[in-house]
Design a protein around this ligand. Structure first.
Ligand code: SF4
Length: 102
């Protein structure tokens, strides 16, 4: 086998590795995802949550006002995405990878 063939084989193996570059997300089932908050913890307050188009900066600029963001129903507007869990994610959801925004 030539060096060139080994390089090609290595490249193919890297391309087929699902863990490579974090391109594979965890299923909702494996993440124990639920569509409702857990003891006040919800996706919209998780650092992994990606708000639907353009809302992230708006939400970050809003003052918290003692939890009013949560109670105003802002989380029910649209599904967002998650850096870790696959598929549309409810802002009101929760999973075992929850990490509160710092
Ligand atoms: S990691 Fe879990 S809690 Fe955080 S945004 Fe993703 S699905 Fe929601």
């Amino acid at each position: 086998m030539s060096v060139f063939s080994l390089l090609i084989a290595g490249w193919i193996l890297l391309e087929k590795n699902p863990a490579r570059a974090g391109t594979t997300k965890i299923s909702k089932k494996d993440a124990h995802y639920q569509t409702h908050p857990d003891d006040g913890k919800m996706c919209m307050n998780c650092q992994h949550f990606i708000f639907p188009g353009g809302m992230s900066s708006m939400m970050d600029k809003m003052p918290d006002m003692g939890g009013m963001k949560d109670s105003m129903g802002m989380g029910n507007m649209m599904a967002g995405r998650c850096h870790i869990v696959a598929g549309p994610i409810s802002p009101m959801g929760y999973c075992r990878f929850y990490q509160e925004k710092g």
